[in-house]
Write a protein that binds this ligand. Sequence first.
Ligand code: 4NP
Length: 160
Amino acid sequence: MVKVLFVCLGNICRSPTAQGVFTALINREGLSNVVSVDSAGTGAWHVGDQPDRRAQAAAKTRGYDLSTQRARQIKETDFLDFDYIIAMDSQNHSDLSMKAPTNALDRIHMFLSFAPKKGITDVPDPYYGGADGFNHVLDLIEAASLGLLHDMRKRHFIGD
Ligand code: 4NP
């Protein structure tokens, strides 16, 4: 099993969206027995909460159901448990790098490094903005999910 963990600050907006989008892609590609997907937050404020209503609504318009997800905080064992630990922004990346054991540092990646687009390195935090922000987050996540799957197929010899 190749295991992927998406990480943002609160685990109620960006990383649950990434979990929903990437899970749908994995299912569509018939890879659900080979790839597992989870998400977590670097912060603990929203532990146990459902994804933000606005994130759920935006995701639903594209056919992704986030309603069964509940927020959790990243924990020590995650760093060795997951093959890919995917940060939504550079602050998440830096927080994860400080918490991770040295032998797990190379598992931490910026999500948008899988969707190279000039000038954009971070999936922006949509929490304090409007609905537009959530649609922009979805656009970025859908593009990066395709790139991540491509990387997985190469690195882990998962068949097409
Ligand atoms: P997320 O968004 O990191 O994409 O889940 C946020 C959610 C909550 C807060 C910040 C960002 N907050 O400060 O409560």
